[in-house]
Design a protein around this ligand. Structure first.
Ligand SMILES: O=C(O)CCC(=O)C(=O)O
Ligand SMILES: [Fe+2]
Length: 334
């Protein structure tokens, strides 16, 4: 079953007339309310940055296991830093619905390895880099980080326009930056393992931040929940090799909380490419994605914003800081 995920031309916001900006902002919010997702073309991130981001993703995971262990993430209730091996976290545990009765969910593994890095200047949760093996990687990632943070702020400004909120009333909650880069590698895998049902490339979940920005490769497999038919998932078209990069953006938990549940986080997962659905043998090709979790400043509240709380719609989420929320969520993963 296909779903038409809106593709919006973000240059209409970046370089448009006031009325084009307004239209884009409203279309953005409409898509987020309906799907929790949108695709943006002409997103303003230069193509050479996107290519560097994707090439560095592949280069990192091509390192030997032994090399990757030198910058491995330490498990715990805290922002993740460095490399996480296959099965290190159990993403499925982020969504209670995933867990069968009588199980704690530990058998619901993800067939993926990933890498996380926070703000370049982070003194609290220090980044881990593959310095000895890829000397330029850190500089490239820091460049990508800055450009993706800037793009995220522009998208959030466009959301303010769509929601008729004062300019910067949302973006002012994002300084200093606590966003994170996430690189994913889904290794080539036997279809038999994926067809058994317990192991997925990534089990269904929502992300923790405000919005998530994602560049995919040409393989396919990202799926989002169809809200008109809960618990069914539909594919997001993969990137076409001959077209400029499309940025996939989804609403994440912090925005759902800020909006007091009026704009819900997009539930998503990674499955086999659409052409391989239903096959129980053969090999599923490797896949890579380059992601940016745009987050609120650590001390900022992730409780509902006053403009979303009314006598008819009292607050449905607890007050806590963005860092407390991240600790709570990462604690569940291990
Ligand atoms: O690889 C993808 O397309 C999705 C990755 C994802 O959902 C995540 O890293 O949170
Ligand atoms: Fe995700």
């Amino acid at each position: 079953m296909k779903m038409d995920l809106p593709t919006l031309d973000f240059s209409k916001y970046l370089r448009g007339t006031p009325s084009e900006k307004q239209q884009l902002g409203e279309a953005l919010i409409k898509s987020f309310v309906k799907h929790g997702f949108v695709k943006l073309i002409n997103h303003g991130i230069p193509e050479d940055i996107v290519r560097q981001y994707q090439a560095s993703t592949k280069e990192l995971f091509d390192l030997s296991l032994e090399a990757k262990r030198e910058f491995e993430n330490e498990k715990g209730p805290k922002p993740q830093r460095g490399w996480s091996s296959k099965g290190a976290e159990v993403t499925a545990k982020l969504r209670k619905k995933n867990i069968p009765v009588g199980s704690n969910g530990d058998e619901l593994k993800d067939e993926r390895e990933f890498f996380d890095a926070g703000p370049p200047s982070d003194k609290e949760f220090i980044n881990k880099w593959p310095k000895a093996h890829l000397p330029d990687f850190q500089r490239t990632m820091e460049g990508c980080y800055k450009r993706l943070q800037a793009a995220s702020l522009q998208i959030l400004n466009a959301m303010e326009v769509g929601l008729k909120m004062p300019k910067d009333s949302l973006t002012e909650r994002c300084n200093p930056s606590a966003s994170e880069i996430r690189l994913n590698h889904y290794p080539e895998v036997d279809m038999k393992l994926l067809s058994e049902g317990k192991v997925k490339r990534t089990h269904a979940h929502t992300d923790f931040g405000i919005i998530t920005l994602l560049f995919q490769d040409n393989v396919g497999g990202l799926e989002l929940e169809d809200r008109s038919r809960p618990d069914t998932f539909v594919p997001v078209e993969p990137q076409r090799p001959d077209e400029p990069s499309a940025l996939v953006v989804n609403i994440s938990d912090t925005f759902e909380r800020w909006s007091n549940g009026t704009i819900r986080a997009g539930v998503h997962r990674v499955d086999v490419p659409p052409s391989m659905k239903g096959l129980a043998n053969g090999l599923c090709p490797p896949r890579y994605s380059s992601v940016f979790f745009f987050k609120a400043a650590r001390e900022t509240s992730v409780g509902p914003l006053p403009s979303f709380v009314t006598p008819d719609r009292p607050s449905i989420y607890k007050e806590m800081t963005a860092l407390e929320y991240q600790r709570l969520k990462t604690e569940v993963l291990y």
